[in-house]
Design a protein around this ligand. Structure first.
Ligand code: KIV
Ligand code: NA
Length: 273
């Protein structure tokens, strides 16, 4: 059964969130019993092949989130608002969030940042009944302005800004908060200061929950493991080896075998000759 917001916010166990981008991803996440599914704009990196999340559009997010929902009708689903869809004013943000909710069946949306502009968007959306998950620390949509994809909150000013942003997002009405790639002790402090759950990625074990990009935890891409993710499978290797085996069997005329083929009666065939 789908967890309600109050259930998620009072969970005695760490919350489990994974990303999904399509129907099989939604099915697997729901069958595994995760607490929340995030249709992340990491879609751009791991599914669409971009080198950042900036090119991802609202139409992309809606298209993929609809497929996830078909695979996971009974899991709390959060959808990322992509870059540019909540930065041009509160009304645009509201309109785009409503589209995501109406067209995908999302339970909540997520957005990055804690600037005064973002805080007023969070306030407006939550006052109008759209649950918002916040996101501070490393924020891939604006990583260039953050000096690249690197640990945030390490020095005094950056740590203070991250902490204050988190507190302000809770005050603005966010129901939960992603902490991405910040020192574990800063994440612990933030998690203790807030009453809403924090969901960490590269933010240590003291958060109220954890999130991973599913393609990272599955090992969809062969090569080096990321520091912030643990690989629980080698799906990339399994996929490549399966395709190699299929290719070899086709070339050796081993596939399709008799069992994969259909038969017909000799007398029917004889008439054709
Ligand atoms: O897009 C995404 O996958 C995310 C998570 C890493 C939190 O925002
Ligand atoms: Na994201």
């Amino acid at each position: 059964m789908k967890r309600s917001l109050p259930e998620l916010q009072s969970s005695p166990q760490p919350l489990v969130m994974v990303t999904a981008y399509d129907y099989p991803g939604g099915r697997h996440a729901e069958a595994a019993g995760v607490d929340l599914i995030l249709v992340g704009d990491s879609l751009g990196n791991v599914v669409l092949g971009y080198d950042s999340t900036a090119p991802v559009t609202l139409a992309d997010m809606i298209h993929h989130a609809r497929a996830v929902r078909r695979g996971a009708p009974n899991t709390f689903m959060v959808v990322d608002l992509p870059f540019g869809t909540y930065h041009t004013g509160v009304q645009d943000a509201m309109r785009n969030a409503v589209r995501v909710i109406q067209e995908t069946g999302a339970d909540a949306i997520k957005m990055e940042g804690s600037s005064p502009e973002i805080l007023s968007v969070v306030q407006t959306l939550t006052r109008n009944g759209i649950p918002v998950m916040g996101h501070v620390g490393l924020m891939p949509q604006t990583a260039t302005a953050q000096g690249g994809l690197k640990v945030q909150g390490k020095d005094d000013a950056s740590a203070r800004a991250t902490l204050e942003g988190a507190v302000e997002l809770e005050a603005a009405g966010a129901f939960a908060l992603v902490l991405e790639v910040i020192p574990a002790r800063l994440a612990k402090l933030i998690s203790e200061k807030l009453t809403i759950p924090t969901i960490g990625i590269g933010a240590g074990a003291a958060c109220g929950g954890q999130v991973l990009v599913t393609h990272d935890l599955l090992g969809v891409y062969e090569g080096e493991e990321k520091k912030i993710a643990k690989r629980y499978a080698e799906v990339g290797q399994i996929s490549r080896e399966a395709i190699e085996k299929y290719a070899a069997e086709v070339r050796a005329r081993e596939f399709p075998a008799r069992d994969n083929s259909f038969v017909m009666k000799d007398e029917v065939l004889d008439k054709l000759y």
